[in-house]
Design a protein around this ligand. Sequence first.
Ligand code: FES
Length: 203
Amino acid sequence: MAKTLNPHATPAPQAAPDSTGGNPPRRNFLVASLAAMIGTIVGLFPVGAGMLVFLDPILKRKKTGGAETGKPRLRVASIEAIPADGTPVQVPVIADLTDAWMRDPNQPVGAVYLRNVGGKIECLNAICPHAGCFVAYMADRKVFQCPCHTSAFNLAGVRLSAKSPSPRDMDTLEVDPEKLAGGEVWVEYINYYPGKPNKEEKP
Ligand code: FES
């Protein structure tokens, strides 16, 4: 029997138009992936900025080095403290120790020998170039001698023997001539790697 249409019947609900153009699973997956990527990138910006703030002192230190030249000059003595007869005098090197986050002022960081050679002040690093012990001055023989492996040097810091354990002479350091004119001894204090035939500056 044929069905008759009821003009008062409620029409059946119809599905909403498909916004994916007929390929809904693939399109939805792409949209979700894109959103996730954007969210991840946006989320990483604060982390990156935070890391830069955290590392800022380290980055600045690498850019600027120690002093202006990267080789700090330090006051080690007044000129009156150095014997005029050429006898070496050992003086400590005092400096402010700093790392990326802390500053520790006035700490001993090494020692140097100063000598008045006919009115000119010469400076030798007291650290032995062989393995880093402190070299002693033997006043009775007028030589520098290392207590660790017997490397010996004359007053100018030159090795006394070609068979010296030290692969190079004692390290000379620059003395600031302007400060000398004012009666003070300032030196460009540099430590060099031990065990090498040539001076190689430590960072
Ligand atoms: S550390 Fe000076 S001779 Fe070895």
